[in-house]
Design a protein around this ligand. Sequence first.
Ligand SMILES: Cc1ncc(COP(=O)(O)O)c(C=O)c1O
Length: 392
Amino acid sequence: MRQVIAQLQESMIRQVANAGLGREDVLKFWFGESDEVTPQAICEAASRSLAAGETFYSHNLGLPELRQAIAVYSQGLRAPGAAALVAERVAVTAGGVNALMVAMQALVDAGDRVVVLTPVWPNLTAQPQVLGADLHTVSLRPVAGQWQLDMGALLAAVTPATRLLVLNAPNNPTGWTLSRPEQQQILDHCRRTGTWVLADEVYERLFYAGQPGQCAPSFLDIADPHDRLVVVNSFSKSFLMTGWRLGWLTLPPGLTAAVGKLLEFNTSCSPVFVQRAGLAALAQAEHITPQVVAHLQRCRDTLVPLLQALPGVEVAPAPAGLYAFFRLVGQGDSLALAKRLVQEAGLGLAPGNAFFDSPAPEMQGWLRWCFASRDLDRLHDGAARLGRWLGL
Ligand SMILES: Cc1ncc(COP(=O)(O)O)c(C=O)c1O
């Protein structure tokens, strides 16, 4: 086995979930998905596709009509003046995670310097390591309850020798979101250093800080088609389709053919009936996603005040995403903490350490709670369990 694979860390979230195996009484908030099933119209489109005998491969880059529909949908979300998005820049993938991996395979050689902003969903640091990259991380910092980017530190880390900068905004786990001026500064800097930007924007629609329906700022709003920019998106979060495995890449035109080659060697294509489900999702996007987002905002606004009412819990409402990322003051190693919460309180949360490359001492005691719950009573029940465990 390759050394880098042997050294990859086992998922800490899975370690906590394994500690709860066989326990029906645990309230599970550890994974990043809703317990709500996919809307009926999407499921029916997949069934119709199968009934019609669509059981064959598609083009590596996806069905032409889906690539076209994604380009139109994505363009509709962009700010005025954004560059035109055309189907030739879209590659359909088996979920956001496959999109990320294929993009990195296209861009990163073993030994290349890759900078990743943390805390972040662990796949974004593991994937460059799988490719043998030289990984550097820069950390956001909590300032008065809000996560902030030290722009000086980030730009200093992105040198002319840096092949790729990986950014996830809106961010999992913190909900932190890049502002438009910050995006512009990063893009300008990376144009100077010749660094590729891989922007993971799978949470762009789960944005609570703007007008209803407004997206988080996207790099696609400001970039030229020929910039060294690859944007990752997914059907998972905005359409409640985590189990379907459907996502897409937006690429500079010159990279699309190479990504098509790589898709052949990874998955060949996304299943056609899943792509048909994606078409149905996009056709009803402005019916489905606003409802999903409004419900998620209710979940956030239910959970965060319950946590804020517990002495010893530090938490602020996230401007975006699916998570309350909070700290239990005075607690140490968050992996041990999350395992204890499973065993002693029947409460399943993700340990903060899973999202840092090597957490600084002030980053201890953090936990991530996925608040996407169909039933708001589960959130009340979970917060009550935490309160009892804290002895309140
Ligand atoms: C930041 C981030 N990127 C990408 C993904 C990938 O999602 P999927 O592969 O389900 O599209 C996730 C899933 O949790 C995520 O949190």
